[in-house]
Design a binder for this molecule. Structure first.
Ligand code: NAD
Length: 497
């Protein structure tokens, strides 16, 4: 497929239909209020479509539809083998529509088309297929009482699950939630980000085609305050799963506490340290990993390698290497199949990133490359890959999540100092280290307070392993069989023999 040229993609884009209505109880509908909001492409600022702006009334209708579906058992009451066939079919439908979905994603949020197709769509297909295949292999337990009593430990679906997701991997983040939620028999109300609603809306029709019954999956485009918050406060939502910023995640925990104590699981932000020791096995490869670790997806990645900690003896040499790889990752038109970087998601995010770059300068860090907005495509949102050296550990750009292509380099002298700096953060999503000393690799990996640790590369992962955060990067885990924990209650049934 990647033999397609930019012209091919532009031609496909000119014929593309944009989903623009909410999806409630198996049908595309306008918002009850009739309101809609603009969906613009950050590639060039063009208006793609207007999208239904859901509010409280739509939330109530979607939750009621999800509840009805859950109670009558049209999905929750089916055999796991049936749900498996449906989810695997949905995986195939996403695969069959991968080009269309990738194009929607790229136009909606600006990532390179190659990444949308080869990463976002491929990983979404794999998540749906892997989770589908797993459904009928999850067994219950029998408690080891050793007496004439039988303790059955079984998993039951929560009921109605609300999922609120971000814009950086719009379809994939939605699928990470809805695949295990549906697998376990729940009904779902999904709220995509207002910055990137299109692929989740398109997925709803594919879900119906795959055989997911009406009302079991509802998609409500809209804003956080007016569509997300009514879900978080809803008395008839049993579970709330979220990927997004730490600030909103904390607010959602409070909403759950104020309402019905709905099970609430969060995947939040990060400020991940990447530690490069002087004995790294291959400095070129480490530098390449450091560059793509921060510049991939325009730096809009929760696990972005945003803090580069380098042992002082190799620091200058290493930063020069990272800068060389960074320079090669300049943004291009996102429909260019070779684009290493595309557009940031919107003007607001671009302004936020440029503001952090200004703070980096003001706080005395040394700008190595980048530091400016680019006119890659007129009217679009492009920022050059940016590296700051000599960043003070306590400064703003070293502490706050920028969510853009901005790398902060900090030098260290000893392993203890590297660990202290690495762990001195409210976040704990990911961390990495480069060394050829196997004892040090294990020692440091164990002491890093993060949910994912990479040794001698960055951003490895697969459906077979859980993903999530320590500390204020969240609770609960996506992916792998551990994900099912978030979507089930565990029941103990005692039978007196
Ligand atoms: P965000 O927190 O601003 O928004 C996320 C979602 O929450 C959106 O759908 C938004 O509409 C909704 N929302 C906002 N305010 C709300 C409110 N008051 N009530 C209910 N819902 C509300 O985050 P974002 O800007 O979309 O995404 C960027 C953030 O997501 C970054 O912090 C990033 O690290 C994080 N992220 C984390 C992971 C992970 O797996 N840990 C993955 C991707 C992104």
């Amino acid at each position: 497929t990647m033999t397609r040229t930019r012209q091919d993609w532009e031609q496909l884009a000119s014929r593309l239909q944009f989903p623009h209505q909410a999806f409630i109880d198996g049908r595309y509908v306008d918002a009850a209020s009739g309101a809609s909001f603009e969906c613009r492409s950050p590639i060039d600022g063009r208006l793609l479509t207007r999208v239904a702006e859901c509010g409280t009334e739509d939330v109530d209708r979607a939750v009621a539809a999800a509840r009805r579906a859950f109670e009558d058992g049209r999905w929750s009451g089916t055999r796991p083998a049936h749900r498996k066939r449906v989810l695997v079919k949905l995986a195939r439908l996403v695969q069959d529509h991968a080009e269309e979905l990738a194009l929607l994603e790229t136009l909606d949020m600006g990532k390179p088309i190659g990444d949308a197709l080869e990463v976002d769509m491929a990983a979404s297909v794999r998540c749906l297929a892997w989770t589908g295949e797993a459904i009928d292999k999850v067994y219950g337990e029998v408690a080891p009482t050793g007496q004439d009593e039988l303790g059955l430990v079984t998993r039951e679906p929560l009921g109605v699950v609300a999922a609120i997701v971000p814009w950086n991997f719009p379809l994939l983040m939605a699928v990470w939630k809805l695949a295990p939620a549906l697998a376990m028999g729940n009904s779902v109300v999904l709220k995509p980000s207002e910055k990137s609603p299109l692929t989740a809306l398109r997925l709803a029709a594919l879900a119906i085609e795959a055989g997911i019954p009406e009302g079991v999956l509802n998609v409500l485009p809209g804003f956080g305050k007016t569509a997300g918050e009514p879900l978080a406060l809803h008395m008839d939502v049993d579970g709330l799963v979220f990927t997004g910023s730490t600030a909103v995640g904390k607010h959602l925990l409070a909403c759950a506490g104020r309402s019905n104590m709905k099970r609430t699981y969060l995947e939040c932000g990060g400020k991940s340290p990447n530690i490069v020791f002087a004995d790294a096995p291959d400095l070129e490869r480490a530098a390449q990993a450091a560059a793509s670790g921060i510049f991939y997806n325009q730096g809009e990645v929760c696990t972005a390698a945003s803090r580069l900690l380098v042992e002082r003896s190799i620091k200058d040499e290493f930063v020069a290497l990272v800068a060389r790889f960074g320079e090669r990752m300049q943004p291009r038109h996102p429909l260019d199949p070779e684009a290493p970087m595309g557009a940031l998601v919107d003007e607001a995010q671009t302004a936020r990133v440029l503001d952090y770059i200004g703070k980096g300068r003001a706080e005395g860090a040394r700008l190595v490359i980048g530091g400016e907005r680019l006119q890659t495509v007129a009217g679009g949102c492009y920022v050059a890959p940016t590296i700051f050296d000599e960043v003070a550990h306590g400064s703003t750009i070293a502490r706050e999540e920028i969510f853009g292509p901005v790398l902060s380099v900090i030098a260290f002298d000893t392993e203890e100092e590297a660990l202290r700096i690495a762990n001195d953060t409210d976040y704990g999503l990911a961390a990495g280290l480069f060394t050829r000393d196997i004892s040090r690799a294990h020692r440091v990996a164990r002491k890093l307070r993060a949910g994912s640790v990479w040794v001698n590369y960055w951003d490895g992962g697969d459906m077979t392993a859980p993903f999530g955060g320590y500390k204020q990067s969240g609770n609960g885990r996506d992916k792998s069989l551990h994900a099912f924990d978030k979507y089930t209650e565990i029941k103990a049934t005692w039978i007196n023999l």
